[in-house]
Design a protein around this ligand. Structure first.
Ligand code: IMP
Ligand code: MG
Length: 178
Protein backbone atom coordinates (compact mmCIF):
# COMPACT_ATOMS: atom_id res chain seq x y z
CA UNK A 1 0.00 0.00 0.00
CA UNK A 2 2.67 2.52 1.02
CA UNK A 3 4.70 1.58 -2.07
CA UNK A 4 2.02 3.26 -4.21
CA UNK A 5 2.63 6.61 -2.52
CA UNK A 6 5.14 8.86 -4.28
CA UNK A 7 5.69 11.21 -1.35
CA UNK A 8 4.18 12.39 1.91
CA UNK A 9 2.42 15.71 1.40
CA UNK A 10 1.09 16.31 4.93
CA UNK A 11 2.39 14.37 7.93
CA UNK A 12 0.34 12.87 10.75
CA UNK A 13 1.68 15.49 13.11
CA UNK A 14 0.88 18.40 10.80
CA UNK A 15 -2.66 17.07 10.43
CA UNK A 16 -3.09 16.63 14.19
CA UNK A 17 -1.94 20.20 14.89
CA UNK A 18 -4.24 21.64 12.23
CA UNK A 19 -7.22 19.60 13.43
CA UNK A 20 -6.70 20.88 16.97
CA UNK A 21 -6.51 24.47 15.69
CA UNK A 22 -9.71 24.13 13.65
CA UNK A 23 -11.46 22.44 16.60
CA UNK A 24 -10.59 25.40 18.83
CA UNK A 25 -11.97 27.88 16.28
CA UNK A 26 -15.23 25.94 15.96
CA UNK A 27 -15.50 25.67 19.76
CA UNK A 28 -15.19 29.46 20.07
CA UNK A 29 -17.42 30.34 17.14
CA UNK A 30 -20.37 28.16 18.20
CA UNK A 31 -20.21 28.88 21.95
CA UNK A 32 -23.78 28.83 23.35
CA UNK A 33 -25.21 27.65 20.00
CA UNK A 34 -26.70 24.33 18.95
CA UNK A 35 -24.55 22.61 16.35
CA UNK A 36 -25.26 19.73 13.98
CA UNK A 37 -22.17 18.29 12.33
CA UNK A 38 -22.81 16.63 8.98
CA UNK A 39 -20.09 14.27 7.79
CA UNK A 40 -19.93 13.41 4.10
CA UNK A 41 -19.30 9.70 3.57
CA UNK A 42 -16.95 8.11 3.09
CA UNK A 43 -13.86 10.25 2.60
CA UNK A 44 -14.49 12.56 5.56
CA UNK A 45 -14.88 9.97 8.33
CA UNK A 46 -11.25 9.96 9.47
CA UNK A 47 -11.06 13.76 9.60
CA UNK A 48 -14.46 13.93 11.31
CA UNK A 49 -13.50 11.39 13.97
CA UNK A 50 -10.45 13.45 14.92
CA UNK A 51 -12.07 16.86 14.57
CA UNK A 52 -15.12 15.96 16.67
CA UNK A 53 -12.87 15.20 19.61
CA UNK A 54 -11.27 18.65 19.37
CA UNK A 55 -14.63 20.41 19.58
CA UNK A 56 -15.38 21.12 23.23
CA UNK A 57 -19.07 22.10 23.06
CA UNK A 58 -22.07 19.75 22.79
CA UNK A 59 -22.78 18.70 19.19
CA UNK A 60 -25.09 16.38 17.31
CA UNK A 61 -23.76 14.35 14.40
CA UNK A 62 -25.30 12.98 11.23
CA UNK A 63 -24.10 11.58 7.91
CA UNK A 64 -24.82 12.05 4.24
CA UNK A 65 -23.71 10.01 1.29
CA UNK A 66 -23.67 11.69 -2.09
CA UNK A 67 -23.41 10.65 -5.75
CA UNK A 68 -24.00 7.50 -7.72
CA UNK A 69 -20.84 5.40 -7.34
CA UNK A 70 -20.23 4.31 -3.76
CA UNK A 71 -20.31 7.27 -1.43
CA UNK A 72 -17.88 9.62 -3.13
CA UNK A 73 -18.38 12.08 -5.89
CA UNK A 74 -15.64 12.09 -8.50
CA UNK A 75 -16.21 15.62 -9.72
CA UNK A 76 -18.68 14.61 -12.42
CA UNK A 77 -21.82 16.65 -13.14
CA UNK A 78 -24.87 15.70 -11.12
CA UNK A 79 -24.78 15.12 -7.39
CA UNK A 80 -27.27 12.54 -6.17
CA UNK A 81 -28.19 11.84 -2.54
CA UNK A 82 -27.55 8.18 -1.70
CA UNK A 83 -28.17 8.63 2.03
CA UNK A 84 -29.91 11.69 3.42
CA UNK A 85 -29.86 13.13 6.94
CA UNK A 86 -31.96 11.35 9.56
CA UNK A 87 -33.50 14.55 10.88
CA UNK A 88 -34.90 17.92 9.87
CA UNK A 89 -32.39 20.78 10.13
CA UNK A 90 -34.82 23.67 10.39
CA UNK A 91 -33.48 26.33 12.77
CA UNK A 92 -30.19 24.49 13.33
CA UNK A 93 -26.60 25.52 12.76
CA UNK A 94 -25.21 22.99 10.29
CA UNK A 95 -21.50 22.41 9.81
CA UNK A 96 -20.56 20.20 6.86
CA UNK A 97 -17.31 18.23 7.17
CA UNK A 98 -15.63 17.46 3.85
CA UNK A 99 -12.30 15.79 3.11
CA UNK A 100 -11.30 17.71 -0.01
CA UNK A 101 -12.69 20.56 -2.05
CA UNK A 102 -11.85 19.96 -5.68
CA UNK A 103 -14.15 21.28 -8.45
CA UNK A 104 -16.55 22.47 -5.75
CA UNK A 105 -19.42 20.71 -7.49
CA UNK A 106 -20.39 18.48 -4.55
CA UNK A 107 -20.38 21.19 -1.90
CA UNK A 108 -22.01 23.81 -4.08
CA UNK A 109 -24.95 21.46 -4.73
CA UNK A 110 -25.13 20.34 -1.12
CA UNK A 111 -25.13 23.81 0.46
CA UNK A 112 -27.88 24.91 -1.92
CA UNK A 113 -29.92 21.83 -1.08
CA UNK A 114 -29.53 22.13 2.69
CA UNK A 115 -30.32 25.84 2.58
CA UNK A 116 -33.78 25.06 1.20
CA UNK A 117 -34.55 23.24 4.49
CA UNK A 118 -34.40 26.50 6.48
CA UNK A 119 -31.44 25.90 8.78
CA UNK A 120 -30.19 28.75 10.97
CA UNK A 121 -26.82 28.56 9.17
CA UNK A 122 -24.81 26.28 6.88
CA UNK A 123 -21.02 26.37 7.01
CA UNK A 124 -18.25 24.19 5.65
CA UNK A 125 -15.06 22.78 7.07
CA UNK A 126 -12.69 21.07 4.64
CA UNK A 127 -9.36 19.47 5.42
CA UNK A 128 -7.92 20.01 1.95
CA UNK A 129 -8.51 22.52 -0.83
CA UNK A 130 -7.33 22.31 -4.45
CA UNK A 131 -8.23 25.83 -5.62
CA UNK A 132 -6.73 25.37 -9.11
CA UNK A 133 -9.49 22.91 -9.94
CA UNK A 134 -12.46 25.00 -8.83
CA UNK A 135 -15.32 25.40 -11.32
CA UNK A 136 -18.22 25.95 -8.88
CA UNK A 137 -17.87 28.70 -6.26
CA UNK A 138 -17.98 27.52 -2.64
CA UNK A 139 -17.57 29.53 0.54
CA UNK A 140 -15.46 27.69 3.10
CA UNK A 141 -15.34 28.86 6.71
CA UNK A 142 -12.66 26.50 8.04
CA UNK A 143 -9.87 25.17 5.85
CA UNK A 144 -6.99 22.88 6.75
CA UNK A 145 -4.48 22.93 3.91
CA UNK A 146 -4.33 24.35 0.40
CA UNK A 147 -2.68 21.78 -1.86
CA UNK A 148 -1.47 21.69 -5.49
CA UNK A 149 -3.40 19.93 -8.25
CA UNK A 150 -2.16 16.40 -7.54
CA UNK A 151 -4.11 13.26 -6.70
CA UNK A 152 -3.80 12.56 -2.99
CA UNK A 153 -4.76 9.59 -0.82
CA UNK A 154 -4.77 8.71 2.87
CA UNK A 155 -6.46 10.09 6.01
CA UNK A 156 -9.81 8.98 4.57
CA UNK A 157 -9.13 9.81 0.91
CA UNK A 158 -9.18 6.94 -1.55
CA UNK A 159 -8.36 5.87 -5.03
CA UNK A 160 -10.78 3.09 -6.07
CA UNK A 161 -11.69 2.60 -2.39
CA UNK A 162 -8.07 1.92 -1.41
CA UNK A 163 -5.61 3.83 0.78
CA UNK A 164 -8.18 5.40 3.12
CA UNK A 165 -6.40 3.94 6.15
CA UNK A 166 -3.01 5.54 5.45
CA UNK A 167 -2.50 7.88 8.45
CA UNK A 168 -0.99 10.79 6.47
CA UNK A 169 -1.90 12.55 3.19
CA UNK A 170 0.33 11.43 0.32
CA UNK A 171 0.59 11.92 -3.43
CA UNK A 172 -0.35 8.77 -5.33
CA UNK A 173 2.18 7.53 -7.91
CA UNK A 174 0.92 8.34 -11.40
CA UNK A 175 1.56 4.79 -12.59
CA UNK A 176 -1.14 3.57 -10.17
CA UNK A 177 -3.95 5.43 -11.96
CA UNK A 178 -2.63 5.99 -15.48
P1 IMP B 1 -15.69 18.08 -6.04
O1 IMP B 1 -17.16 17.95 -6.16
O2 IMP B 1 -15.00 18.11 -7.36
O3 IMP B 1 -15.21 19.21 -5.16
O4 IMP B 1 -15.19 16.68 -5.49
C1 IMP B 1 -14.89 16.40 -4.23
C2 IMP B 1 -14.72 14.90 -4.08
O5 IMP B 1 -13.86 14.35 -5.10
C3 IMP B 1 -14.03 14.61 -2.78
O6 IMP B 1 -14.97 14.49 -1.74
C4 IMP B 1 -13.29 13.33 -3.08
O7 IMP B 1 -14.11 12.22 -2.85
C5 IMP B 1 -12.97 13.40 -4.55
N1 IMP B 1 -11.58 13.86 -4.79
C6 IMP B 1 -11.18 14.99 -5.38
N2 IMP B 1 -9.85 15.10 -5.43
C7 IMP B 1 -9.36 13.99 -4.83
C8 IMP B 1 -8.02 13.52 -4.55
O8 IMP B 1 -6.97 14.14 -4.84
N3 IMP B 1 -7.95 12.32 -3.92
C9 IMP B 1 -9.04 11.59 -3.56
N4 IMP B 1 -10.30 12.00 -3.79
C10 IMP B 1 -10.45 13.19 -4.42
MG1 MG C 1 -15.37 12.63 -0.60
Amino acid sequence: MLNDVERVLITEQEIAEKVKEIGEKITNDYQGEQLLIVTILKGSVVFAADLLRQIKIPVEIDFMCLSSYGCDSKSSGVVRIVKDLNQPIEGKNVLIIEDILDSGNTLSHLTKLLSTRNPKSVKIVTLLDKPERRTAPVEVTYKGFTIPDEFVVGYGLDYNEKYRNIPFVGVLKREVYE
